[in-house]
Write a protein that binds this ligand. Sequence first.
Ligand code: DAH
Length: 343
Amino acid sequence: MTDGSEERRDDLGADASAEWLSQIAAAPDAQALQELRVRLIGKKGEITQQLKQLGKLDPDERREQGQRINALKGRVEEAIEARKAELERQRLDAQLASERVDVTLPGTRPTQSGLHLLTLVTNRLLDVFRSLGYEVVTGPELETDHYNFTALNFPPDHPARDTQDTFWTTDGRLLRTHTSPMQVRYMEAHKPPFKLVVPGKVFRNEAVDVTHEAQFHQLEALVVGERITMADLRGAINEMAQALIGPGTKTRLQPTYFPFVEPGAEFAIWWTNPRTGREEWLELGGCGMVHPKVFEAVGYEGVTGFAFGFGIERLALVPYAIPDIRYFYQGDMRVLEQFRGVL
Ligand code: DAH
C-alpha cells in the first residue's frame, strides 16, 4: 500500500484489508462467504467496530479515517458481491455440466406395442370387404346345435357333423365349429338383399399339429339377393385374393360337399409355398350357393345367394411364410415382433 492513509490505519487496529479481500476471494462457498460478511461488516463486524470508534477521534482525523474505513467497507462489500456472483456462476456451470444431455447419443427406444398379425390380417380383410360394400357383423362363440348344425342343413346323426367335432357344455350347447351359424342368425333378423362378412373365433376338437389348432379364426361371407349367381361368388373370391396377395392372383373352385350350399366347392389360391419354394394351390376354405333348405329354415323366398368361409390363420401363413400355426398363439416376442407394422 502506498497511499498516505496506510500508517493512519494502524490507529484503528491491524490492517487486515488485504488479508480480508483474499479470504473473500477464496471463500469456498456461500456459507463461508456469509460468515466473512458477518465477521467484517455485520453489526459486530470488525469494520463496523472501526466505524463506531470514529466518534472518539477529533473532527479532522474522524473525517479522514471515516473516508478510509468507508472506502474499505465499500471494497469489502464489492468483493463479497463479486465472489458471490462467481460462486453462483460456478454452481450453475457445475449443474449444467452434470445435467448435460448429449443429443447425439443413441436414445433408449421405448417398448412399442403392436397388433397381432392375425388382427392385422383380419382388419385388412374387413377393409377389403367394406370397400366392396359388405357389412361386418359378429356373433356368439357359444352356440346351439340348431344354429351350428340343424338350421345349416346338417341333419341329426348326419356324418357331416363328425367332421366338425367340438366342445360341448353340460347344458347341450357347444363352442361353434364355424362362423356359418351367423348366416342363419343374420337372415332371421334381416330382409334381403344384403352382403355381410363375419369374422370370429371357432373351435374344433383337433389333434394339434403345424396346420391344426383347437381354436382358430374364420371369416364368413354371405351375399343374398335376386339373381345372385356363382359368377358373383367367383368374383368375390378373386377380389379378395387379389387385394390380399396381389394383382393377378389366381383362384380355383373344386366341387365338394357342404350341407348348407348347393353346389358346394372348396376354393384355393395360387401361392408360393415357403417351405418348398414351389408354386402350388393352397386350399383356403369352402363356398357355394346357399342351399334352399337354409333359406327355408329362415323363411326366405325368391332369392339366391352365395356363401364362403375360410380360416384366417391359413391366409396369414401364406404371405408371411409362417411354418407352424402354433406360433400365432405362443406369444413369443421373437415371432410377434417380426410382424409389427407389416400391414
Ligand atoms: N363353415 C365351413 C367350415 O368351417 C366352411 C364353409 C363352407 C363356409 C362353405 C361357407 C360355405 O360359407 O359356403 O368348414
